[in-house]
Design a protein around this ligand. Structure first.
Ligand SMILES: *Cc1c(COP(=O)(O)O)cnc(C)c1O
Length: 393
């Protein structure tokens, strides 16, 4: 199967066919290679493998056939040349920082990123002499103004969490490259099915496979995707040494997750779009944040950049935190959890959970109000989701 030029195939086909190298057992579904090490034919072969002069498996911290299949498949789906899998999405972000940054470097990061991403830059990379400035995701001139001679990369998520703002990836890639920096995009909310940042000029893409790629809330995992040159030089050596490796079992779950990703994303997005339109009509709802709505500030950009508008909807109630909590507590079916990207619809109060560790000032600056509720719309029947919310609204 290695002879196929899989780039010629559509993404749905790649998601199902790429990566599995069938063994002498003729298995149809890929095996979980539960082995930590591999046996060499000779001392010479061992030496050739270790020095990289001969391709092949060495040790499962950095070479495992099940994990490699996941990497090969996701690389093509993201329109990248090479993918490396990690033990979590955060481990993938850590690997990008560890691989690319040195003391004295600077990062420009969107304010609207995952809470732990902020803490990674602010609390950990700062300890080693890397400084980070945070800017508004949608303000191109703020990004450009924040770049310094020692800036190594720009980092963003689009759509952002929890306000579902959209960044212009192509414009930011141009800004980054004109200042000799890289653009790193966390593509977790869209997955490669809705958006392919590498094709828009980004240099590295991050995935948290924990979310939509698994899709059923079972495993934690992550990935970094980019060009062969960048991954080989800066990220792979860190994976090999740092060891935040994806387990073969998790890779096996994520491989089957990828097979149904396109179908699931379409169904998630259809449900989310309908729910967003319905929420906009509810008297208790003051504002709905969803890029599919004409009321969304980056509606046109979202139409251009994404193939669909995504599965996450957030909205502000007319009251405050009390009303938000009351709505959440009045649901019976929805899962009260901060996770997202599951077939089960989840509901959360960002100000007191995912973004609770930010100071009230930082939250206000990021526009995260106490009345904000975030829903990751699942695949249950839409009427049942609405009915579960209707009680509290
Ligand atoms: C969850 C998440 C992460 C972190 O991924 P884990 O697999 O939980 O470590 C990173 N970015 C975004 C946007 C996320 O939603």
């Amino acid at each position: 199967m290695t002879d196929f030029d899989w780039q010629q195939y559509a993404q749905e086909t790649q998601a199902i066919r790429v990566g599995h190298k069938r063994t002498h057992e003729d298995e149809h579904s890929i095996a979980i290679f539960a082995t930590s090490s591999y046996v060499f034919e000779s001392a010479e072969q061992a030496s050739l493998r270790f020095t990289g002069k001969q391709p092949g498996n060495i040790y499962s911290r950095f070479t495992n056939p099940t994990v490699s299949a996941f990497q090969d498949r996701l690389a093509l789906m993201e329109k990248g040349e090479r993918c490396l899998a990690f033990s979590s999405g955060m481990a993938a972000i850590m690997a990008v920082g560890m691989g690319l940054l040195k003391a004295g470097d600077h990062v420009v990061c969107s304010r609207g990123v995952f809470g732990n991403t902020v803490l990674t830059f602010q609390n950990y990379f700062a300890k080693f002499g890397v400084t980070t400035d945070f800017v508004n995701l949608t303000d191109l001139s703020a990004w450009e103004a924040a770049i310094k001679p020692n800036t190594r990369f720009l980092f963003l998520e689009t759509p952002s969490n929890p306000l579902i703002e959209i960044a212009d990836i192509q414009a930011l890639a141009d800004i980054a490259h004109s200042h000799d920096c890289l653009l790193v995009v966390d593509n977790c909310f869209c997955t490669p099915v809705l958006q392919q940042p590498l094709a828009l000029g980004a240099d590295l893409v991050i995935q948290s496979a924990t979310k939509f790629i698994d899709g059923q809330g079972r495993c934690v995992g992550g990935a970094v995707i980019g060009s062969e040159a960048l991954i080989e030089k800066d990220i792979y050596p860190y994976l090999r040494t740092g060891g935040a490796t994806m387990s073969p079992f998790n890779a096996w779950v994520f491989l089957s997750g990828l097979e149904t990703l396109a179908l699931r994303m379409k169904a998630h997005c259809d449900n989310a779009f309908e729910l967003a339109k319905w929420l906009e009509q509810q008297p208790a709802v003051a504002k709905v944040h969803y890029p599919g709505l004409a009321s969304h500030a980056q509606h046109e950009l979202a139409k251009r950049q994404q193939s669909h508008f995504g599965a996450v909807v957030s909205f502000e109630l007319t009251g405050g935190q009390e009303q938000a909590w009351r709505l959440i507590d009045s649901t019976r079916m929805l899962s009260i959890t901060a996770n997202l990207g599951d077939v089960k619809t989840t509901i959360t109060h960002p100000a007191t959970t995912t973004h609770g560790r930010l100071s009230p000032e930082a939250r206000a600056e990021a526009g995260i109000k106490d009345s904000l509720v975030r829903i990751s719309v699942g695949l249950e029947n839409l009427e049942d989701i609405k009915n579960d919310l209707r009680r509290g609204l």
